[in-house]
Write a protein that binds this ligand. Structure first.
Ligand SMILES: Cc1cc2nc3c(=O)[nH]c(=O)nc-3n(C[C@H](O)[C@H](O)[C@H](O)COP(=O)(O)O)c2cc1C
Length: 186
């Protein structure tokens, strides 16, 4: 069982990564094979918007989006995690979302059967960001409502997520719920 986390934060030691690590740690304890991709460590350029994806076998931009999208499609479970930047996902996460347009144009979807969303903000914008990610999940996955899990809450400075004990527990619960959901569905 493969669980892939796609992370939109640029801070490897930051709040989002901490929460993702907690979620993946729990998932691994229950037997999942976990992988975390921090988008800022790769080259995922914005979509060029030519709308001609269907004419090509692969996206014409030769960056890291191609293999990341392949892995995204193959995973049994996916976690999308981002801090709130101006009431939305980060630029890295938005670029990743937009590059999914190639899959959409090719009628390809992630085969994941469970999805987790992790969103962290200093003080506001969580609802707007969740809305954006939920819309993306609707378009890109074929996952029933009861297999979608959310952990969201407040943390601003480095280390704040570690001190937000209910939020950290929510993230661990999300990790467990994804694996349990995948086990039920297999
Ligand atoms: C460019 C930028 C924009 C931000 N916009 C918001 C915002 O709209 N609302 C909010 O509550 N926090 C905002 N924040 C704070 C981050 O969401 C918060 O610090 C979060 O914990 C960062 O996650 P990280 O540690 O994983 O990088 C912003 C931070 C940055 C750098």
């Amino acid at each position: 069982m493969k669980l892939l986390a796609i992370v939109g934060s640029s801070r490897p030691e930051g709040n989002t990564n901490y929460l993702v690590d907690e979620a993946l740690g729990e998932a691994a304890k229950l037997g999942a094979q976990t992988e975390k991709l921090i988008l800022s460590q790769y080259e995922v350029n914005p979509c060029l918007g030519h709308e001609d994806c269907a004419s090509f076998d692969s996206c014409q931009q030769k960056d890291d989006a191609g293999w990341i999208l392949d892995r995204f499609c193959e995973a049994d479970g996916v976690i999308l995690a981002t801090p709130v930047y101006y009431y939305n996902v980060t630029a890295q996460m938005k670029a990743f979302i937009d590059r999914n347009y190639f899959l959409y144009k090719k009628d390809r979807r992630s085969q994941a059967r469970a999805v987790g969303i992790i969103v962290v903000a200093e003080k506001e914008g969580i609802e707007d960001t969740l809305y954006a990610l939920k819309q993306f999940v609707d378009w890109s996955f074929d996952v029933e409502e009861n297999r979608r899990f959310i952990a969201s809450g407040y943390a601003g400075k480095l280390g704040d997520a570690q001190n937000n004990l209910p939020l950290a527990e929510e993230a661990r619960k999300l990790g467990r719920q994804i694996v349990e959901s995948l086990k039920e569905g297999s």
